[in-house]
Design a protein around this ligand. Structure first.
Ligand code: IPE
Ligand code: IPE
Ligand code: MG
Length: 246
């Protein structure tokens, strides 16, 4: 457990730590541009911020940490930038494979992984097998992920089950839809954090964020340090979650 001075100052309630935190890791490009660096340097700094955040949230007792790393829309970016992001992912996975067991972190991937390179797919398969033996915080990396794509796939799967006769349309429930999403079996995010100043979801966890508490900040992702994350959790702890009740 790490009890930094900053955290003590914020007095986080240890009984009300969000079980699941989702983050749209946005603002890497602007972070680099502000420093006169290429955008790819921002992604590299963003990858370090992600690793620090994962360790901090694990120390706080968060059970699930879901991060938006690459959207179904991000393929529109210049090829060099896409390549640099995939290269960083490759490097991160090599490191994760060495450290996951020791740090007791489980890694899962949400998204359509089919267009990824064979080497990334092999690394992902390796992290999957290590994850079967670890029991700590689960990190879900959303990669070639889109909320609409995820829901479309679930709809297609349900339709196929109906055509095959294993499911009747009238039996389709919210639980059956949830069970066909990448996040099957995982509780919805309690807190959704978007750094980088944009006030939108950008196709992130459209179903799962139905009742999440949202925290938006102008801080750019590479600058989201432990104190900034604690601030978001402190704001979350002051919210009243009513779920439509009174
Ligand atoms: C988020 O940072 C990382 C990805 C989308 C992969 P951006 O690259 O979108 O950074 P900004 O928004 O341009 O600053
Ligand atoms: C959202 O950021 C996607 C990720 C952080 C992976 P974007 O930078 O792609 O979002 P928009 O384009 O500003 O909506
Ligand atoms: Mg962006």
């Amino acid at each position: 457990m790490v009890f930094g001075r900053k955290r003590e100052k914020l007095r986080l309630d240890p009984e009300n730590i969000p079980a699941h935190i989702a983050v749209i890791m946005d603002g890497n490009g602007r972070w680099a541009q502000k420093r006169g660096l290429p955008r790819t340097a921002g992604h590299s700094a963003g990858s370090e911020a992600f690793q620090r955040a994962a360790e901090h949230l694990s120390d706080l007792g968060v059970n699930y940490f879901t991060v938006y790393a690459f959207s179904t829309e991000n393929w529109k970016r210049p090829q060099e930038e896409v390549g640099a992001i995939m290269g960083l992912l490759d490097r991160y996975l090599h490191k994760a494979i060495r450290e996951m067991a020791q740090k007791n972190i489980r890694l899962r991937f949400f998204g359509d992984l089919s267009p990824l390179s064979d080497s990334l797919k092999t690394l992902i398969a390796e992290t999957d097998s290590i994850s079967a033996c670890t029991s700590g915080m689960q990190v879900n990396v959303c990669l070639n992920y889109g909320g609409r794509d995820e829901l479309t796939r679930a709809a297609r799967q349900l339709a196929q089950e109906c055509v095959r006769g294993s499911l009747r349309p009238e039996d389709i429930s919210e639980d059956l839809v949830s069970a066909r999403l990448y996040s099957a079996g995982i509780p919805d995010p309690d807190l959704m954090i978007r750094p980088g100043g944009e006030l939108r979801l950008s196709n992130f966890l459209l179903w799962q964020n139905a009742y999440s508490e949202f925290y938006f900040t102008d801080t750019l992702w590479p600058d989201m340090n432990e104190a900034e994350l604690d601030r978001a959790i402190a704001v979350y702890q002051r919210r009243k979650r009513r779920y439509g009740g009174i």
